[in-house]
Design a protein around this ligand. Structure first.
Ligand SMILES: CC(C)(COP(=O)(O)OP(=O)(O)OC[C@H]1O[C@@H](n2cnc3c(N)ncnc32)[C@H](O)[C@@H]1OP(=O)(O)O)[C@@H](O)C(=O)NCCC(=O)NCCS
Length: 244
């Protein structure tokens, strides 16, 4: 058996979680400047929306977090993606608006426990909590894990790819769809990562000798390097899903 526990009630896992789950992401993910402006307030305002999945024998298995916000239920009214959801939730909280939607922002399963259905446990449990907490709509700007093998393919095309059984080709989209989610729309610039050329060389462990467009490890799309402005720009595409 497994239990989804709010992180505030289980500080004994904090150190392990930080180490285990940080490894699951490429370094560039942590360099969205807009996210940095809001992330501390997210932790302060919404501590109840961050969880650990823990097994009976008290092993830390997975972690996830999300934010509450107002959404009108239309595709046009969706936030731009991950970063815009964060901004909308924090600003909404400060303005005192009453949220009606839970956005599942991120989930990670420890690497030696992947492929055993834990993500499904996390999604269903957090979805139930959201609904019980008055957030009847549950959406997610999902980072399709297989997209990094197809960095040149537009997200609009990638998200339509299915297997013979009709389920998405991407395993992470597939997990959500199996649990009752619907693909809503592409989020073409869900996050924006910027840095100097030296920053990008450090984050990706790749030299970028010329200006130009590069594919990068774990990149869902390409990176544009401009030596004359000493800047690298990467806009991460995600897919908006809505859970039933
Ligand atoms: C994406 C992630 C949360 C899925 O968790 P999980 O518990 O392994 O998911 P499941 O066991 O339900 O497996 C989901 C699908 O992914 C596949 N999968 C899981 N781990 C995999 C791996 N390491 N390599 C390839 N495929 C894998 C499974 O086979 C399954 O596909 P199926 O439909 O053919 O059965 C997990 O792999 C992870 O933490 N990744 C790193 C962080 C991340 O990318 N998070 C998602 C963005 S928010």
């Amino acid at each position: 058996m497994y239990e989804l526990i709010p992180v505030a009630q289980a500080p004994q896992y904090d150190e392990e979680a930080e180490q285990r789950f940080a490894e699951e992401w490429p370094e560039f993910i942590f360099h969205d400047l807009e996210v940095r402006k809001y992330i501390d307030r997210r932790q302060e305002y919404f501590p109840e929306w961050e969880f650990y999945l823990v097994s009976d024998d008290e092993r830390l298995i997975a972690g996830c977090w999300g934010v509450p916000l107002v959404w009108d239920g239309t595709v046009e009214g969706l936030p731009g993606g991950f970063t815009d959801s964060l901004v909308r939730s924090v600003v909404g909280y400060e303005e005192g608006v009453v949220p009606n939607t839970f956005v599942l922002m991120a989930a990670a399963v420890r690497s030696d426990e992947q492929g055993r259905g834990h993500a499904g446990r996390v999604i269903t449990s957090v979805r139930d909590r959201a609904v019980a907490g008055g957030l009847a709509q549950v959406i997610a700007p999902v980072r399709p894990t297989l997209k990094s093998s197809y960095p040149l393919t537009p997200i609009e095309t990638f998200m339509t790819w299915t297997r013979e059984d009709g389920l998405p080709l991407d395993p992470w989209l597939r997990t959500h769809v199996r649990l009752g989610a619907r693909l809503l729309a592409p989020a073409t610039a869900s996050q924006t990562m910027t840095g100097t050329v030296a920053d990008w060389e450090k984050w990706t462990k790749m030299p970028f000798p010329s200006s130009g467009t590069y594919t990068i490890p774990a990149g869902l799309t390409t990176l544009d390097i401009n030596h004359s402005t000493d800047q690298g720009l990467y806009k991460e595409p995600n897919v908006w899903l809505r859970h039933a």
